[in-house]
Design a protein around this ligand. Structure first.
Ligand SMILES: [Zn+2]
Length: 423
């Protein structure tokens, strides 16, 4: 440990715990806990020795123990003095924090908690302060030119984050709770007018509150709509069609059952299970519909064939979704024609959800093609978006959005955590 003097080591709890008495080296004993400036000593605090959880020594839980004094800083008043081995206000050592942050990004929720012997809520508090530390010395908003602004839902779609991704580095650069023009404005305020002027391209999901804030702050930037959002809209339309088919199948199954029960017992025949079978199949085919065809298992391929044979409307909807997805894989020069053709087909498909989708795609057509021709559809934003969604599930159970933002920043912000004591 740097700048730390070990005074004593003793065992407690029958050797299961190690307590190491420490103190800061003389030069670092009287520093403000907030700014680190050397200041005059104020008092001995509450006069009790404080403990910090440190990394285990072999199999024993290890604590650092020290007296904590207070100092009088000319900027911060009377504050607890800084200790070299831990972050201000933390009950874990810096090394412990850093290892937890590294594990939180690299392993599963249960692995971090079990290995470090802490609660998931504690992990949240630790990563939040590790990220605050990184934020204090790095400026993530430097050098931005082409950005993607996105809305991510969490807490089962009840709450939202606005996130900003750098298209050129694929890094997450900013995130805040909310989904309003004010939320996006907060990002541009943090960026400042000079750096707003450097923004050349902005892609988003077509939400007007994002577009309004962009127009206001970066009037000269080219605005586009990320194609992956368009594919998401198509998946949503497909969900609607599938839900309708599922409701119809269930209603048919219910009628069938009623008829079967209504029959006198002696005539009881095995009821025609086709409707309930249909319901069952509708349920299991869900994944076959969402997956990209190249990733389908043999079983799912059969399910898709079943849909083709039994529900032409649903199959047609699936084809429309697939064709739309493939347009965005085409070279930019072909995309415009293909998109026009798609809009024409969808306009005449007689599936309400897709007729509606076609209308919004038509109105965003230029913005979508802008993204394609300016190379804003490079998949980086989509990949960050997918990963953040993954973290929203991991971070479920935290009270506020801070730990979720912290873990996303830690993993995707371009400053990956390092293990303590390693270069
Ligand atoms: Zn201070």
């Amino acid at each position: 440990m740097v700048k730390t003097v070990v005074e004593d080591v003793r065992f407690e709890e029958a050797g299961q715990q190690v307590v190491v008495s420490v103190r800061a080296v003389a030069r670092d004993q009287c520093r403000c806990g907030l700014c680190g400036r050397r200041c005059p000593r104020y008092d001995r605090g509450r006069g009790v020795r404080r403990r910090w959880r440190s990394l285990d020594l072999s199999t024993a839980v290890t604590w650092l123990e020290a007296e904590v004094i207070r100092v009088e800083c000319r900027d911060h008043g009377v504050v607890v003095a800084r200790v070299p081995w831990a972050r201000h206000g933390a009950r874990h050592t810096r090394a412990f924090d850093d290892q937890v942050a590294w594990l939180a990004v690299k392993t599963s929720k249960s692995a971090v908690c079990e290995l470090m012997r802490i609660q998931w809520l504690t992990v949240g508090a630790i990563i939040t302060r590790v990220v605050a530390d990184i934020d204090a010395v790095t400026d993530r908003l430097e050098g931005l030119a082409r950005i993607g602004i996105d809305e991510i839902s969490y807490r089962r779609g009840q709450k939202f984050l606005v996130v900003v991704v750098d298209h050129d580095t694929g890094r997450l650069v900013w995130a805040a709770p909310g989904r309003s023009e004010a939320t996006v404005q907060a990002f541009f305020d943090a960026l400042g007018p000079d750096r707003c002027a450097d923004i050349t391209h902005v892609s988003a999901d077509g939400a007007s509150y994002i577009a309004n804030a962009v127009t206001k702050n970066c009037p000269d930037a080219v605005q586009g709509v990320d194609p992956f959002h368009v594919v998401k809209w198509a998946n949503k339309a497909l969900t609607e069609v599938r839900a309708q088919a599922w409701r119809e199948a269930r209603a048919a199954a219910a009628t069938e059952q009623k008829q079967a029960h209504g029959r006198p017992r002696k005539d009881a025949v095995v009821p025609d299970r086709s409707a309930s079978e249909r319901t069952r199949l509708m349920k299991i085919t869900r994944y076959a519909l969402w997956k990209n065809p190249e990733n389908l298992t043999d079983k799912q391929k059969t399910q898709l064939e079943w849909i083709q044979a039994n529900d032409p409307t649903l199959y047609r909807a699936w084809q429309l979704k697939e064709n739309l997805r493939l347009i965005f894989k085409l070279p930019a020069t072909h995309a415009a024609t293909a998109l026009d053709q798609w809009i024409n087909t969808a306009r005449r498909c007689r599936i309400p959800a897709f007729v509606k989708l076609q209308r919004s795609i038509d109105s965003y057509k230029n913005a979508i093609l802008t993204s394609i021709s300016h190379g804003l559809s490079n998949g980086r934003t989509e990949s960050v978006n997918t990963k953040i969604r993954l973290y929203t599930r991991i971070a479920f159970g935290y009270h506020g959005p801070e730990p979720l933002i912290a873990i996303a920043m830690l993993a995707l912000g371009g400053n990956p955590p390092t293990l303590p004591g390693r270069p």
